[in-house]
Write a protein that binds this ligand. Structure first.
Ligand code: FAD
Length: 378
């Protein structure tokens, strides 16, 4: 599933779960194959984006009937000013680029770490060991991270991908005890072997607090000694996306109330934000495959191959989708969307004028699961 539609994994990779080095190699090879690197500005950070319109035009986009005023990618003929901070040789410089269209692909699971708040005297300031976020651990690199946890008793807070990977790594490095608390995710079978051996100890906790020598779980009932606490408590990715707009009205509309999560039409564009798209903010089971489909849809839109429905219909569509997800049960939301990505792909195929039945034969359509290669360009 984790594969570009037009770039199969090399036959040398036989593992069901390739490791991070193999994934990096696959990505780098893809970039080389399609000559992408020369288009990338490294060491550069987009600090803000600002939509500039003709001064005579109305400030608000809320009264519009069509996206960008005309249902097309470049309809309104406004411009975006993109402020970019670049660092080189210890110096930083700021530059502004004026562009016709902005596509943000800044990642939902990086930057803006989510750090829980604690009452005074019960947070990390009380603890005599080290507290870091999972992102700090990841950016340390393998060797430094290894030294950081070697010989230490490590508590990993969280029970999703980052937490499970880090707990597993600490257990590999130390064969000492790592502890991990709430939720669910997909893990290698060997994770449970480590749990059985006792080198990973799982503790379920509704809440926890820091102590001088570790943490206490569920109001002092259980005290766990630790040298290092790694907070695998996720990211505020939606907030990061909203903060990049200089305009407060765009900030407000991209975080749709009441849930205040990013909500997009076809998971790519916002009806009230013209000449602008986001890739990488949907929730699904296999990001690469789903995001690639979003990119195809966007490319066709930019090329003027189809036009969008009026804003009121786009909003109705988004609302129906949101309500459907909500009605699927609390906490189930993202898994639900993950399983339904084929439905979303069908909608995109229809928009683009592609046949949404992607298989070449009747029996394959009925009995073979859909995968990335089914969505290669027709
Ligand atoms: C521990 C972990 C395990 C995961 N496992 C899987 C998995 O098994 N399968 C799966 O499909 N997905 C997995 N994911 C999700 C993973 O994040 C995505 O698959 C993929 O990395 C998303 O790609 P992206 O390009 O959208 O975002 P990212 O990979 O996060 O890339 C975003 C890029 O934008 C850059 N950036 C951010 N802000 C700015 C800015 N303001 N200016 C300039 N550049 C900026 C970042 O530096 C980064 O290079 C996992 C995530 C984590 C954290």
């Amino acid at each position: 599933m984790y594969q570009f539609s037009d770039f199969p994994w090399p036959s040398s990779v036989v593992e069901e779960f390739p490791d991070h080095c193999q994934i990096l190699e696959y990505m780098e090879e893809y970039a080389r194959q399609f000559d992408l690197v020369r288009h990338i500005m490294f060491r550069s950070k987009v600090v803000s984006v600002w939509y500039e319109r003709d001064a005579d035009e109305d400030e608000e986009t809320e009264g519009w009937d069509f996206w960008g005023g005309s249902r097309e990618a470049f309809g309104w003929k406004g411009k975006w000013e993109v402020q970019v901070e670049t660092s080189s040789d210890g110096h930083t410089s700021m530059e502004t680029y004026v562009v016709d269209f902005v596509i943000l692909c800044i990642g939902r699971f990086s930057g803006n770490p989510n750090f829980p708040e604690f009452p005074p005297g019960k947070g990390p300031e009380t603890f005599h060991g080290k507290v870091i976020h999972s992102e700090d651990y990841a950016t340390m690199g393998h060797e430094r991270a290894k030294e950081f946890v070697r010989g230490k008793s490590v508590v990993v807070v969280g029970f999703r991908k980052s937490a499970l990977y880090i707990a597993m790594e600490c257990s590999n490095i130390n064969a000492s005890r790592s502890r991990s608390a709430p939720a669910c995710s997909t893990v290698q079978a060997s994770f449970y072997n480590r749990v059985e051996e006792g080198s990973i100890v799982l503790k379920k906790a509704l809440k926890f607090e820091f102590r001088r020598d570790g943490i206490s779980i569920d109001g002092k009932l259980t005290e766990v000694k630790a040298d290092v606490v790694i907070m695998a408590t996720g990211f505020k990715g939606d907030q990061k996306l909203s903060d990049i707009f200089e305009s407060q009205s765009f900030r407000n509309c991209i975080l749709r109330p009441p849930s205040a999560v990013v909500s997009l039409y076809r998971e790519c564009i916002h009806p009230q934000i013209p000449q602008f798209a986001v890739i990488g903010f949907s929730k699904n089971l296999s990001n690469l495959y789903t995001f690639e489909m979003h990119c195809r849809w966007l490319v066709e839109l930019l090329a003027g191959k189809f036009r969008l429905t009026p804003i009121c219909e786009m909003e109705k569509d988004m609302e129906e989708w949101e309500n459907y997800l909500e009605s699927s049960g609390k906490g189930y939301r993202k898994f639900c969307q993950g399983a339904l990505h084929i439905w979303n792909n069908d909608q995109m195929c229809k928009d683009m004028g592609w046949n949404q039945r992607r298989k070449t034969e009747f029996f394959l359509e009925w009995f073979e699961p859909y995968g990335p290669s089914d969505y290669a360009s027709p």
